[in-house]
Design a protein around this ligand. Sequence first.
Ligand code: C5P
Length: 214
Amino acid sequence: AYTTALIVAAGSGVRAGGALPKQYATIAGKPLIAHAYAAFADHPAIDRVVVVIAPGAEPLAQAALGAVTLVTGGASRRESVAKGLAAVTGARVLVHDAARPFVPAAVIDRVVAALDAADGVIPAIAVADTLVRDGTVVPRDGLSRVQTPQGFRTEALRAAHAAWPADDEATDDAQMVQRLGGSVALVQGDAMLDKVTHPEDFAAAEARVQWESR
Ligand code: C5P
């Protein structure tokens, strides 16, 4: 099936500090966003890549990516995905956070394969630490961390966004599809997919690239 990768990069990127929004700061000599872009553009299962950027970021995005399909995002991740979806073509879409620059091809393979039997697919990895919620200790058994790329039947994700109340800020597309009764399958994620959020994450990401390319 024709598959579009939708990379959302319209966040402010300010928690990472720095002179540029983090999407355009470099890791291993390449803008952060260009890493994920290349992973999808180079993958044989992906037919097209659409990138959602913040208003006014066109010059930065063009400098980082060249001539690619750009869509202006919104005030929240949910809005940015919804705006990007309007430009998506094809039966399947993989939604990915630009903040996760390293996308193993094997994860894309797993997400795409599992879409044969589900409305949505999420990569997840088991939680290594016990958690606490509002002061109550939550055992880690059965808990996983959800990453992106998340795969969807395009129609299922469009329906979820159309039905979602505008005053409810969902942080996760699979949550929206599942709430509407859609089936969501889990596949194994990868520690490489962890988000780059804070200044110190850049050093860790840089180290990861060096290690990967030994
Ligand atoms: O802030 P958070 O880490 O949840 O953002 C996840 C992804 O969503 C990032 O890649 C960010 O650029 C994107 N985003 C967006 N539009 C927003 C807010 C976040 O595309 N308004």
